[in-house]
Design a protein around this ligand. Structure first.
Ligand code: ASP
Ligand code: MG
Length: 401
């Protein structure tokens, strides 16, 4: 008997009708002789609404209490879905993250899964129950509720699929797969049948929005058979795997991320240890740094710029102001009217000229590049926010995606 883990995102369980639709997908899978574990997100905008409710009461609520609150969204979905399946006459049980054995670290709001004690789930499956599990949540070793960070239900599902050695992990969402660019932005974008873990990881990290990047990391690490598909259509989705059958494409897709702020510190002494001081202090504040650029100026000074998520702007600015003070720098500036646009593809490793083609497309569109960062399978550029849509389109065009 095959075991299939199915994850349903917020839009897939938005209202009663959608929940009934999901119940049908699950029971169809079950009736074909599979064991089914379904992981659910909170309905529609529930998580955002809960955050807004908290803000009305305490703008500085502790992360612990935020987790207690936010974890309720997924519990609503799981129970409603179980009720729908009950009504259809199938054996079903819903479990919270902690009932399902998700043990996490104590980083409230961005917890990492340490291990999954899967006995309860295994036991329910052996009784041929359909198991519905609340995504996005777990418990730390002090029995406090934790959440995995926005979009974390994908990671719950993949972690569970890995722990249970599931044959397949299906991520049901409101798009029917992974596209070469956001179809709302680039009408010519098309769906990919297959993509490698590495490419998907870059796309997810760079803002494709379709999968939580940690879920892809985990899928790669544990070789989870992953598929992204829509709960609203019957179309085949996109399969994510180690190697793909189709001939290696040069470039897979274009992604963009507008949640970027750039911070620069100007004219600090060009001495060993400055970068270390900056980035260790940022790390201590758990600020994730993305692109880093250092440029050497005259008079033995240097400028260092880096990008972060906008949510960390204030914390990062405070760190940088202190450094600027300490080392007699010439000031700190911050710009958040920027966007990161990236191309991803395993094929670029062995093909020269990819970067120049991307830069040519941008130059022809008269778009200025503010920062560049590359890896073996991606190139990212920072552009003005107002150029972002156009940049995605001209690049998509240039590579004939
Ligand atoms: N409900 C959570 C969120 O909106 C987790 C998820 O949907 O994956 O971020
Ligand atoms: Mg999601």
């Amino acid at each position: 008997m095959n075991l299939i883990v199915q994850k349903f995102g917020g839009t897939s369980v938005r209202d009663a009708q959608r929940i009934l639709n999901v119940a049908r997908i699950i029971t169809d899978t079950y009736q074909k002789g599979n064991n089914v574990v379904a992981v659910v997100s909170a309905q529609g905008d529930t998580t955002d609404d809960l955050i807004a409710k908290a803000m009305e009461i305490n703008e500085h609520a502790s992360k612990r209490e935020m987790d207690v609150l936010l974890s309720t969204g997924e519990q609503i979905s799981m129970s409603l879905l179980a009720m729908a399946i009950e009504k259809m006459g199938f054996p079903v049980i819903s479990l919270t993250g902690w009932q399902a054995g998700f043990l996490t670290d104590s980083t409230h709001g961005a917890a990492r899964i340490r291990r999954i004690h899967k006995e309860r789930v295994d036991n329910e499956l052996s009784k041929r129950n359909i198991v519905i599990i609340a995504g996005f949540q777990g418990m730390n070793r002090y029995d406090d509720i934790t959440t995995l960070g926005r979009g974390g239900s994908d990671t719950s599902a993949v972690a569970l699929a890995a722990a249970l050695h599931a044959d397949l992990c299906q991520i049901y969402t409101d798009v029917d797969g992974v596209y070469t660019a956001d179809p709302r932005l680039v009408p010519e974008a098309h769906k990919m049948d297959e993509i490698t873990y590495d490419e998907m990881l870059e796309l997810a990290t760079l803002g494709a929005g379709v999968l939580h990047n940690r879920s892809v990391e985990m899928a790669k690490k544990y070789n989870v058979n992953l598929e992204v598909l829509s709960s609203l259509t019957q179309n085949p989705g996109t399969k994510i795997k180690e190697v793909v059958k189709v001939e290696k494409m040069l470039i897979r897709g274009v992604a963009r991320d507008n949640d970027v702020a750039r911070i620069s510190i100007l004219g600090v002494p060009d001495l060993p240890g400055i970068a270390f001081k900056i980035f260790s202090r940022l790390a201590a504040k758990k600020v994730n740094v993305d692109i880093i650029l250092q440029s050497i100026g005259r008079d033995d000074t240097k400028d260092i710029s880096f990008t972060i998520s906008r949510a960390h702007k204030e914390e990062a600015l405070a760190v940088m102001e202190a450094i600027n003070e300490q080392f007699g720098g010439k000031g700190v500036i911050c710009d958040d009217n920027i966007s990161k646009v990236s191309i991803v593809g395993a094929g670029m490793q062995s093909n020269p000229g990819v970067a120049s083609k991307m830069f040519e497309a941008l130059s022809e569109a008269n778009i200025n590049i503010q920062m560049i960062s590359t890896s073996e399978i991606k190139i990212s550029v920072l552009v003005a926010l107002s150029d972002s849509d156009k940049a995605v389109n001209v690049i998509h065009d240039a590579f004939d995606l």
